[in-house]
Ligand binder design. Structure first.
Ligand code: UTP
Length: 275
């Protein structure tokens, strides 16, 4: 039902310097798989087989990752090492990869607006690959697609965070409906704990309706001087409807070193080691 997912992957990843000086943050491997591949697999599982990348300078490794590496394939063809490529081969068979470059990093809202030509006039997913989400059942985007079928409006994924961490997130206030679903009344980007409307923080999974592009075009820079998707969603919530969804599963903040190490240990123990 939703065929396209946008991957804003243009950010500088300064929290991982010097590793990210010449390598995209999204290519950092959690065990043996780059962060962005976990994201693409989640999108494809949700039926979003067109993966639209908003890239930037120095991000060519991401484009190359979602293409055939002819020399490598030829070299290991017929050997036991081919097994290592099975996962990415499956992704390449199912996915279509498109891209556009964000020339100036003016924030997540600006990155999403830059992706408009790849999306067009249809609802779409947005996945920030530095938020790695794992669940034993359906992935987070899949869960959100089910909800979209019911509400047909933009949806943000949320989780409860410690009250002293609200300044790192967009935070919502909303009316609780059922099963972790909220109708959003207000959203604030990076509020001080004393000003935060709740401790329900937006994480890197969204389903957006395409009217968001017109709103983004007129959204002024907000927190950190960046064009914030949270500000555009606040307008959408005021004019119509935005839902928030407390997803099932575990999320790791792989944009920070502690979250990345936690994810690595979790994936190594739960998915990599033979059971
Ligand atoms: P972050 O602020 O977490 O990523 O943006 P960053 O800027 O790369 O990391 P730090 O803070 O310097 O360490 C969230 C997501 O939005 C993308 C980033 O690539 C990341 O996936 N983004 C952000 C863009 O694509 N363009 C932007 O202008 C800003």
């Amino acid at each position: 039902m939703i065929k396209k997912c946008l991957f804003p992957v243009a950010g500088y990843g300064t929290r991982f310097l010097p590793a990210t000086k010449s390598m995209p943050k999204e290519m950092l491997p959690v065990v043996n798989k780059p962060l962005v591949q976990y994201g693409v697999e989640e999108a494809i599982e949700a039926g979003m087989t067109t993966c639209a990348m908003v890239t930037g300078r120095g991000k060519r490794a991401i484009t190359d990752h979602f293409d055939i590496s002819y020399e490598l394939e030829h070299q290991i063809s017929g050997s036991g090492k081919e097994a290592y490529l099975e996962g990415i081969r499956g992704v390449l068979e199912k996915g279509i990869f498109t891209q556009v470059r964000q020339r100036e990093m003016k924030g997540l809202g600006h990155a999403i607006l830059t992706g408009e030509p790849l999306i067009g006039n249809e609802p779409f997913g947005v996945l920030l690959s530095d938020d790695l989400c794992m669940n034993n059942g359906s992935g987070v985007l899949s869960q959100m697609v089910q909800l979209f079928k019911q509400f047909r409006c933009s949806i943000v994924a949320i989780q409860e965070v410690p009250e002293d961490e609200t300044h790192k997130y967009g935070v919502i206030r909303g009316e609780s409906l059922s099963n972790g679903v909220y109708r959003v009344d207000e959203m604030v980007e990076k509020p001080d704990p004393k000003d935060a409307p709740s401790n329900l923080a937006i994480i890197g999974r969204y389903i957006l309706t395409p009217d968001i592009f017109d709103i983004l075009r007129v959204t002024k820079p907000g927190a950190n001087g960046e064009i914030q998707i949270t500000d555009a969603l606040q307008t959408q919530a005021q004019n119509g409807c935005v839902m928030a969804y407390k997803f099932k599963g575990r999320r790791f903040d792989c944009g920070s070193v502690p979250g990345f190490v936690e994810a690595t240990n979790f994936i190594y123990e739960n998915y990599y080691l033979p059971k």
